[in-house]
Write a protein that binds this ligand. Sequence first.
Ligand code: F6R
Length: 607
Amino acid sequence: MCGIVGVLGNHEAAPLLVEALKRLEYRGYDSAGIATLNEGHLDRRRAVGKLVNLSDLLVHDPLAGKAGIGHTRWATHGAPTVDNAHPHRAGPVAVVHNGIIENFRDIRADLAEKGIHFSTETDTETVALLVQYYMDQGLSPRDAALETIKRLEGAYALCFLFEGEDDLLIAARQGSPLAIGHGEGEMFVGSDAIALAPMTNQITYLEEGDFAVITRDTLEILDSAGRPANREIRAVSIENTQVDKGGHKHFMAKEIAEQPKVIGEAIMHYLSEDGKSVVLPGAGLDFTGIDRLTMVACGTAFYACLTAKYWFEQLAGIPVDVDIASEFRYREPPIPARTAALFVSQSGETADTLAALRFCEGRASTILSVVNVPESSIARESDLALPILAGTEIGVASTKAFTCQLTVLYMLALKAAHDRGALDADRLADLLSQLRALPSAFNTALDRSRPMADAARKLAEARDILFLGRGLMYPLALEGALKLKEISYIHAEAYASGELKHGPIALIDKHVPVVVMAPRDGLFDKTTSNMQEVIARGGRVLLITDEAGASEAADDAWITLLMPQVDALLTPILYALPAQLLAYHTAVAKGTDVDQPRNLAKSVTVE
Ligand code: F6R
């Protein structure tokens, strides 16, 4: 979602703000803006579109001053226009906001009755006007901000700057993450530590309901009850804050290529020293105490859960429910005793997933999470958080986080199966040793990936594309279709192969390529029968399979892409690669914005 930054520094703030916004641009890129204080005088610049437009504006119309706030927007209320761009200003106050103020209409009506006028369609302007109102009543900036926060409902991370107050920033957090950075006689505010990495690695994460009063030398934090609170300063590792393309054309390409390395690291993290069992952090978890698993996530992380359902059910015999987070809590599902709830999220801040987790508090017997950001809200609110160790993911389309999620979930399923006596020690050691070979299979597949780029150029001509898969390949087909539509804007749908004849087969003609994901596993014959049904109706099949599969079915396919042979249980992790590369190269062929596709943003912190 939106990115927020604040600087109370000893150097010009504008370049620092723009640099930090660059690092946050993946959170939203509809418009951007900054405000600074120059000798107490508040001024701002805002531009629609990518951050580069704001940078250009600042070249012609610079902003001086050593204190400032900045914002990169993903529009919720109001179109992406200059008027609706942040910072919003009302008299002596400027504010940047991430989240949604749910009761802004009530506040607006109240302010309108007092004769206060609005110039934008946003919920955020209400916040600025409310602070101004309280300041007009004689309150100090600090107290006016505090009174304002008390009136707000919804999710927000806010940062305020005040005319005439060269040494003051106020920040508040409710539902959207916010980090304070400590420098030498300087202080910073950021949506995450990545934004602040060039300035400091000394970070304090605000907790839910925190209100922070920041000067260059002091940080005062009040908790949600208004009591002074002490929050630890942590040194954030630089490795986790690096944001560069490493010689690749796009972040997505870099993140795809990183997969052998990060998957390998995730495997080693959870593997026992002798390589024969799975070790969980902290007190771990004994799966004999669990009768059911409820898994909840959004988007790509949801597809990781759908895949893991097969593993947990087949290997460990644990019944698994999988839910889309935005549907889960409003359905109010009963949660039987001895149910573990497991939440999967790259960012660990997805509002729907976090809300679902909170719904399970006090209902599920334990709350687990599989997350990429260990300091995230979802990680912190779990009984056991399992990091996926994918490193920072900047491309809006999730790639390496997906395969690392799958890797960790697979290892968790193996542990569950062993705990429950469904997998003996020898078979566990054997499956783990095959898993250790997975990064090398990824490398082989990456080395052979040129035909995927060639195939993608052909897919780029299509208007609609179908993906088919059966068993473990069904969630992968869903992921392949999602990846393709989000970055290439080609309409893509996925179906369980056997479901095709129950309706979607009507879509098949020679103009609709059908991607069939079918390793030569126990379901191969069934899937290839469905493939023949497509071919019989003039459909063109792009078959993704291994050598054994190709020797049986390649002759009938339009294009065949060959994957290395791996254990059938591991195919969903490996076959994520062609799904990602087909989407990537199709998007490149179409010339779309691969890393920042239209209408999207990473880390969706609004419901
Ligand atoms: C798609 C994608 C999204 C995310 C979803 C959940 O490529 O990245 O579908 O998977 O928004 O985000 P997290 O995992 O951060 O909860």
